[in-house]
Design a protein around this ligand. Sequence first.
Ligand SMILES: *Cc1c(COP(=O)(O)O)cnc(C)c1O
Length: 239
Amino acid sequence: MTENLSAEAVFRDIEENYRQILQNMEAASAQAGIKRETVRFMAVTKTVPPLFVNHALQLGIDLIGENKVQELLEKKPLLNGNFQSHLIGHLQTNKVKKIIREVSMIQSVDSLHLAREISKQAQTAELTMPILLELNIGEEESKSGFMPDGFDEIALQIAQLPNLSVDGVMAVPPICETEKEIRQWFSLVRKRYEDLKKHPALQNMHTLSMGMSSDYTEAILEGANLVRVGSALFGHRRY
Ligand SMILES: *Cc1c(COP(=O)(O)O)cnc(C)c1O
């Protein structure tokens, strides 16, 4: 996405990238024995100008993800088409109120405190907010998300809160050197997701959000049904 590329050239790149991604998703789904349509594709639009996001939306992409509240609020009114927005980055409790009506899901719920605030604001707005619980599967200090230890207990507490719908789990595993290694992390996340679903209060969960540009095919092979892809679609981010 360099400045000297014409918008047209970027459009062509996005088209070609999307075609390739769909092909890869198709192959991974076939290998996993599922239909590609059962895996939801999210275009991660952080740092991407509205001009290019709109082009992606024209290609039939119907779900976008943003990390930051401010960027989401600024960009959303400039986008055209039928699409949903999810928040996928760490959310401060004091910003919940600003986005409660602007997103159709918050994927990055990483504390009981935050879940309580979303519940409270959802009640005020008279809506039910779908959420995913972010699992810090690698127990990395640098990442947000719940630690694996005690995850079920906290998930059950959150499931009790009014005006929240706990729809599933989101995770960003540690950076890995090999395909085998990343698949092991995804497999662990899947296991925790399946374990949660055994609880009656959480048996209606349906979304396992994992896999990004470098590893969405491995994630699909390990059971992801929502992949979040940024740079493989739009090119490298320029901050
Ligand atoms: C940025 C981001 C992505 C997409 O990353 P790419 O590697 O560019 O595909 C996915 N999920 C989260 C939570 C992100 O912050």
